[in-house]
Design a protein around this ligand. Structure first.
Ligand SMILES: [Fe+2]
Ligand SMILES: [Fe+2]
Length: 373
């Protein structure tokens, strides 16, 4: 990630005091002192021995950080038992790995980790992860978070109406239309949550609208998880909103067809990157990188994608990010011709795609995907 640079640590230092409540569960509280010190910068920290993890979490708890010996079956079993209460199930869980070789990763995911960090502890990286994953319960109460999400989904939906319904009927779509909504979308994911975003979308939207809204939620959450600078978050938001603009030019009876598509129908659907690219290029005013995303989001690193069979070094960072989010989103969605795949199955299917996808990027996406259900 060169162009999509990480947020500077100075921005972290300027963060306003937070009211996050964090539970740090440790089987060696003395060894967790350094971590507790770091966490104090982003919230109030209660350090408890694993035996003392409460049966049910307090209502204002933002998330739990587990710092245990993941190679000890007793420690793992104790934490598994303690976190059984369903209220823990909807809460971010960050696990500390013993080293950067990621020993214990499998145990952490099996215990429901939504993210991991490793020793030696990197203060700035940890604070970025906490800020991205754990809601700041004091700054935004539940109703404000809900409002932020509704407002973001409505704004994104409004631009999709312009893009998918009005644009093919001849009403111009401008880049400013897309830029105008990005603030609402970024705020929705930052102050609400990806899970709330997906739930809201699933209640109100179907088909291509649902797909574009899901993909946008995942893209923005991914950008925030990676600690991207504000302007890079905006670029990815726009890319996700626009990526399937070409579907506006494909007949709905093909897009929403129940049952298997014929070869001719499949060919027609595979025209959507080029149709979208041509429509935006004819319209004018869209930056080259947006045209790049629209035309190339179905390219794969080994050259087996479409429409241009690009290979790895010809595929830009922003396209790779959009592709990972797009494929994951498509797999977990209900399609008219198949049931959705589970999140775990979808992720492992993408791992099995091997060199077709940017696998390190996919692994970076794992906490976002696993934290979304
Ligand atoms: Fe697409
Ligand atoms: Fe898509």
């Amino acid at each position: 990630m060169t162009a999509l640079a990480k947020e500077s640590s100075s921005a972290l230092a300027e963060e306003a005091p937070s009211k996050r409540r964090l539970l740090l569960a440790s089987d060696r509280p003395d060894r967790s002192d350094e971590l507790a010190d770091i966490l104090q910068a982003v919230g109030e920290v209660d350090t408890v021995a694993t035996l003392d993890i409460p049966e049910r979490p307090s209502r204002d708890l933002s998330g739990i950080i587990v710092d245990i010996n993941l190679r000890s079956p007793e420690s793992v079993q104790r934490v598994r038992n303690k976190l059984r209460h369903q209220a823990y199930g909807s809460m971010p869980r960050l696990f500390v790995l013993a080293d950067a070789l990621h020993h214990g990763t499998m145990q952490a995911w099996a215990l429901g980790a939504t993210d991991t960090i490793s020793r030696p502890l990197d203060r700035d990286a940890i604070l970025r992860r906490i800020r991205a994953a754990f809601p700041d319960t004091g700054a935004y109460d539940a109703s404000e978070r809900g409002k932020a999400v509704n407002c973001g989904v409505e704004a994104a939906h409004a631009v999709l109406v312009k893009m998918l319904d009005k644009f093919p009927a001849g009403t111009p779509l401008s880049f400013d239309d897309v830029v105008a909504v990005e603030n609402h979308v970024i705020k929705a994911i930052k102050h609400g949550s990806l899970r709330q975003w997906l739930t809201t979308v699933a209640c109100h939207h179907v088909g291509t609208y649902r797909h574009c809204l899901f993909a946008t939620g995942y893209a923005v959450a991914f950008a925030q998880h990676l600690g991207m600078r504000d302007d890079d978050q905006r670029r990815l938001t726009r890319a996700a909103l626009l990526h399937d603009v070409g579907k506006a030019f494909i007949p709905l009876e093909i897009l929403d067809k129940t049952g298997k598509l014929t070869d001719a129908e499949m060919q027609e659907i595979r025209q959507h990157p080029r149709r979208g690219y041509e429509a935006l290029a004819d319209q004018g005013g869209f930056p080259p990188e947006m045209l790049d995303v629209v035309l190339h989001h179905h390219e794969l690193l080994d050259g087996s994608g479409y429409p241009n069979h690009l290979k790895a070094n010809q595929i830009s960072d922003i396209v790779r990010l959009t592709t990972v989010v797009d494929i994951y989103t498509a797999l977990i969605e209900t399609r008219s011709y198949r049931a959705p795949f589970t999140h775990l199955r979808a992720f492992s299917m993408m791992e099995a795609m091997g060199g077709k996808l940017d696998q390190p990027l996919l692994q970076a996406f794992r906490p976002v995907a696993m934290g979304s259900f």
